[in-house]
Design a protein around this ligand. Structure first.
Ligand code: ADP
Length: 177
């Protein structure tokens, strides 16, 4: 079973086998987590992303899917890029957000990663309400079965996000008792 941990900090500083990027479909960089990963990780990550676009992902990476590249100069071995859904008031895209976590874990497991660091996917530029995103993220990772991954670490950017994730995790654990 995967051990689920929460920490506050910058995902680009995490020592983990794999760090998950809240990418966009283009795979060519953006703001938030994506911008920070490419800035800190150096040009090697973008080069591999461009190669992916030239090969299997000519139309971009669809929301809910995940793909790995090198982590460049980050203190990790791999970056797993996944594309979160943009929040919608009219359409329920929860299964796509859940898929970002389960697919990232599946890719991590295939790579042989033992530790994986996740950001709060879709809660920045894509505007997903934090508490709902936390519920989907934590319940999906808790339910996932992995062969190699022993730690899934949520890296929350600031006190508010950390508190919401901690409270949501507590509620899920109580509900499971
Ligand atoms: P999305 O486009 O999926 O919404 P963002 O990168 O805009 O992705 O934001 C996702 C979450 O990551 C937000 O909660 C944001 O505050 C947080 N975040 C931004 N930069 C970092 C970072 N360097 N490390 C960890 N989390 C970050």
């Amino acid at each position: 079973m995967t051990n689920l941990t929460l920490t506050m900090g910058d995902i680009t500083e995490q020592k983990a086998d794999a760090v998950v990027n809240a990418a966009n479909s283009s795979l060519l960089g953006g703001g938030g987590v994506d911008g920070a990963i490419h800035r800190r990780g150096g040009p090697g990550i973008l080069e591999e992303c461009k190669a992916l676009r030239a090969a299997d992902y000519a139309a971009g990476l669809p929301a809910g899917q995940a793909v790995a590249t090198t982590a460049g100069r980050l203190p990790a071995r791999w970056v797993i890029h996944t594309v979160g859904p943009v929040w919608s008031d009219t359409e329920d895209r929860s299964s796509t957000l859940a898929s970002c976590y389960s697919e990232s874990l599946r890719v991590a497991d295939e790579l042989g990663a033992r530790t994986v660091a996740f950001p709060a996917i879709s809660t920045g530029v894509y505007r997903w309400p934090l508490a709902d995103a936390a519920r989907i993220a934590l319940s999906t990772v808790r339910a996932a079965r992995t062969e190699n991954v022993t730690e899934a670490r949520f890296v929350l950017f600031g006190q508010e996000a950390h508190d919401v994730f901690a409270e949501t995790l507590r509620a899920l654990e109580q509900g499971a008792d």
